[in-house]
Ligand binder design. Structure first.
Ligand code: 5GP
Ligand code: MN
Ligand code: MN
Length: 499
């Protein structure tokens, strides 16, 4: 197959390779079915993926997940594993919204309990959870609160009364990045985050009440506390202005301090700090603090959701409604992880014929619009889920299904322990606003599918209309068939708040 001069070879079912040529350090791979590849080849994603292979220290292969589409420099749906000793770290390959991610909260409620009360519920949630562009969060962002969130993540939130003990265990890294360094987050970034602690933000971020429509792997679903017809809540948001500003700060500093590396890259947006440099360490520490902040953000929203459900259903959210956090996944992140890679005779990362052996290497695994999907038995999977594998939460759209997967046995070998993060966009926001009218989309969802959507603005609904996204069922089919993320359950929207 060929798209705009970029040739792809089919390696096997759902695996397409852009062979190494010219300045590429490694080959790149797209994990997709024929139809998804068509969509991926339709924008600049393939060129961006190819460009990313120029990053120093990139380990074979640079990857695009089945939901991939173009992003800032590096495709959304991209996975770049880069040697943490001899390579680099790239803010553009993490994304502006550091630790954008999703969490799912389970409940003991069934669809029958909620039916007929959707509007009451969505109104109450809209009231309780700050959203939109305007300021304001769940807590007042005093200097202490911001500092606590950056340094200690969910631990801070739970101590401050916004969560329960099990929330910690049900979050990656127990909700606290050990290598977070708040001192590397600028004052400007903190000022931007201050009034946004516990807020959805605008645009693509949302809060959705869903019902479980299908269970595919009963034993895993049981371990996750999911049953057919059960009600769950999905929360999608990130680190707000704080993460955005941090990304900006470091991109500018890279331009100033590491112009030489930048000059060698095919796209300025791929700007990267060399591994081992002061700037790489500072960015990594600052990013860790932003990751904590985003976790706190989702935690504070979780608190509001619990309180709201408690009020609406006149019950205790924990004791009666069983509103435990199922899991929280990050989908814009870079993390030092140890993976097995090919090495040359001197022990340096090597690909193809140059690789004489395989070795454990510490890598910056960049997942931008990609989700970690560690398999059963992996030590980084919380103990409660270790036997069945890490929960992976993948939203579809406000008018289609979403999925809970579990990290598949093939993920380590195929995708550095990663899978997709959504359905992925088919068209830009500008294009979406030309195609769709928010009010019509909202009415169609309600009348046609009994989905109640409430948003700060009609434009947001148009930009996020179900038609702007790829086919989520197809994305998940590819993930499942590759064995990188296995289908556990499918959900469907009941009501939704758009930021
Ligand atoms: P992103 O983080 O790239 O903005 O979005 C992640 C994914 O969320 C998108 O690829 C899309 O599939 C999904 N998504 C966007 N809006 C909604 C929504 O309102 N509800 C659900 N369930 N999924 C959504
Ligand atoms: Mn985001
Ligand atoms: Mn996101």
């Amino acid at each position: 197959r060929e798209f705009d001069g970029i040739r792809l070879e089919k390696v096997r079912e759902h695996v397409w390779e852009i062979p190494r040529e010219g300045e590429m350090n490694v080959p790149a791979r797209v994990l997709a079915s024929e139809s998804l590849l068509e969509a991926i080849g339709d924008d600049d994603s393939l060129q961006q993926l190819k460009n990313a292979t120029h990053l120093p220290g990139m380990v074979e292969p640079a990857l695009c997940m089945p939901d991939g589409h173009q992003g800032y420099g590096f495709p959304v749906g991209g996975v770049g594993a880069i040697d943490a000793r001899t390579g680099c770290i790239s803010p553009g390959a993490v994304g502006y919204d550091i630790n954008c991610g999703v969490r799912m909260v389970r409940t003991n409620l069934t669809y029958d309990d909620v039916r007929g009360r959707e509007e009451e519920l969505v109104d109450a949630l809209f009231e309780a959870v700050p959203s939109g562009l305007g300021g304001g969060g769940v807590v007042k962002g005093t200097a202490d609160a911001v500092e606590g969130a950056l340094e200690r993540g969910v631990e801070w939130a739970v101590e401050a009364g916004y969560g329960i003990e099990s929330d910690l265990a049900h979050c990656e890294d127990e909700g606290r990045r050990p290598d977070a360094r708040p001192e590397y987050v600028s004052q400007k970034a903190m000022d931007r985050g201050r009034n946004q602690m516990g807020s959805l933000g605008s645009g693509n971020h949302f809060l959705e009440v869903q019902r479980v429509t299908d269970v595919f792997r009963g034993d895993v679903a049981e371990a996750y506390g999911l049953e057919e017809d059960g009600i769950v809540v999905l929360i999608h948001c990130g680190s707000r202005g704080l993460g955005h500003q941090t990304c900006n700060d470091y991109l500018r500093r890279i331009e100033q301090e590491h112009g030489d590396l930048l000059a060698d890259l095919p796209d300025k947006e791929l700007a990267a700090a060399p591994a081992g440099s002061e700037l790489a360490e500072e960015y990594y520490g600052a990013m860790g603090a932003c990751i904590n902040f985003a976790w706190v953000n989702r935690q504070l929203i979780t608190h509001q959701v619990r309180e709201t459900f408690g009020d609406v259903f006149d019950a205790d959210p924990i004791d009666d409604l069983g509103m435990e956090l199922l899991y929280d996944v990050a989908h814009n992140i870079a993390k030092k992880e140890t993976h097995e890679v090919g090495v040359d005779a001197e022990g340096r990362p090597a690909v193809g014929d140059a690789a004489v052996d395989r070795d454990e290497r510490e890598l910056y695994v960049h997942r931008k619009g990609a989700t970690r999907a560690f398999p059963a038995g992996n030590e980084d999977v919380p103990e409660t889920y270790r036997e069945v594998g890490q929960p992976v939460i993948i939203p579809g759209s406000m008018g289609a299904g979403s999925y809970v997967l579990r990290g598949g046995d093939e993920s380590m070998g195929v995708s550095f322990g990663s899978t997709a993060h959504g359905a992925g966009r088919l068209m830009s926001r500008t294009q979406a606003k030309q195609e769709f009218w928010g009010g019509d989309v909202q009415d169609d969802l309600k009348d046609g599918q009994q989905i109640y959507v409430k948003a700060q603005s009609g434009a947001t609904i148009a930009e996020e209309a179900p038609g702007v996204y790829k086919d989520i069922d197809e994305v998940i089919r590819v993930s499942d068939e590759l064995g990188i993320g296995d289908k556990v359950a499918r959900t469907f929207p009941v009501c939704n708040i758009k930021g």
